[in-house]
Ligand binder design. Structure first.
Ligand code: NDP
Length: 348
């Protein structure tokens, strides 16, 4: 059973060498007697900034995430395989809710075959007329993040002006398309020319810019939002948040989904413009996707209909083979991924 092993706790920016691929001679293809778990063959593994939570030395505020993850998985120890979301096929089941041949998505282990004993976030895939990999992205955790974050946290109104950072990624590309379909004016920022082209031509954002080529983010935002921003979907934090605060409109909303520019710093950068929250009566709210799992059926129905009608598209960046996993995961933190980063482990 080939596995991606955590070599040592990640410190600072993750590196390929924080992980290694190893082959364990035991493959468990049957659920042990008396267990109500499932044995799965992993097909796709999802690379998410979230993976890192379990690869760093545990700190108290990581427990909010761990609550959702099985005890047997929680906090990967050096020498153990890493964990994360994935799509898998059930090979054997000791649980009445799953049977051999079912396709599922949820928390799994970065290896070829896994025994999953905590099934609290394992969801059976009902619709297979879309690419299975979509359940790592647009129909999985990042999609639900975009859905909960945009419709529930941002309280959007038709015609509002929306700004999204890390806009071409797993979550951002969906938020932007939801916002366009809702009737908003949408601008995204991303870190390369190729990504900016995608935002404008593939995802149909109204405008997009490469933040790495903007010496003055405040001036860039003023160019695209001369009358200000109603909704900011925050994925990066740091300097971008500061510049956005200067450009928010009265009663604007900031949904704090993530702050990827800060995850690798020992001490997060200071935010200087928070006073603007007062005079402009801005609401800023952090959220976790886990708060919105109850909306999953409604979300899937909506997104499947959008896909079927060609109203929404999804760009994936697929790395082949478990061996490519470490580099693919690390690439999220340097912006190497173009679209949703996935690792293809095996075909069905
Ligand atoms: P992406 O697919 O967007 O990949 C990460 C992207 O972040 C990179 O491609 C890169 O894009 C950008 N990035 C990396 N480092 C930096 C940096 N230092 N400064 C600015 N941008 C950077 O990831 P996801 O869509 O999966 O995640 C987006 C955000 O949403 C993350 O912050 C993540 O933690 C958060 N998240 C939160 C959830 C929740 O429940 N609250 C659930 C899921 C995700 P570029 O080239 O454009 O810079």
């Amino acid at each position: 059973n080939k596995q991606v092993i955590l070599k040592d706790y990640v410190v600072g920016l993750p590196k390929d060498s924080d992980m290694y691929v190893s082959t364990n001679s035991t493959i468990q293809l049957k659920v042990p007697e008396g267990s109500n778990g499932i044995v799965v063959k992993n097909l796709y593994l999802s690379c998410d900034p979230y993976n890192l939570v379990f690869m760093r030395k545990p700190v108290s505020d990581s427990y909010a995430f761990v609550k959702r993850v099985s005890d047997s998985h929680a906090f990967v120890k050096p020498g153990s395989p890493i964990i994360g979301f994935g799509v898998a096929k059930v090979l054997d089941s000791g649980n009445p809710n799953f049977k051999k041949g079912d396709l599922v998505w949820g928390t799994t282990v970065w290896e070829e075959y896994s025994l999953i004993t905590d099934l609290q976030d394992i969801i059976k895939i009902q619709h297979t007329d879309v690419p299975l990999s979509y359940y790592t992205g647009i129909l999985g955790m990042p999609g639900l993040t975009a859905y909960g974050g945009f419709y529930e946290v941002c309280s959007p109104k038709k015609g509002e002006h929306v700004f999204i950072s890390a806009a071409s990624g797993a979550v951002g590309q969906i938020v932007g398309q939801f916002a366009k379909l809702f009737g908003c004016y949408v601008v995204g920022s991303a870190g390369s020319k190729e990504k900016v082209e995608l935002l404008k031509n593939k995802f149909r954002f109204d405008e997009a810019f490469n933040y790495k080529e903007e010496p003055d983010l405040d001036a860039a935002l003023k160019r695209y939002f001369p009358k200000g921003i109603d909704i900011y979907f925050e994925n990066v934090g740091g300097k971008m948040l500061d510049a956005v605060l200067l450009n928010m409109r009265e009663h604007g909303r900031i949904a704090v989904c993530g702050m990827i520019s800060q995850y690798n710093l020992d001490k997060p950068e200071g935010v200087h413009n928070l006073m603007h929250l007062i005079s402009k009566r801005i609401r800023i709210e952090g959220f976790l996707v886990f708060d919105y799992y109850h909306l999953y059926p409604k979300f899937v129905e909506l997104v499947l209909s959008y896909i079927a009608e060609g109203k929404i598209v999804y760009v994936e960046d697929i790395a082949e083979g478990l061996e490519s996993g470490p580099a693919a995961l690390v690439g999220l933190f340097t912006g190497r991924n173009v679209g949703k980063q996935i690792v293809l482990v095996a075909h069905e």
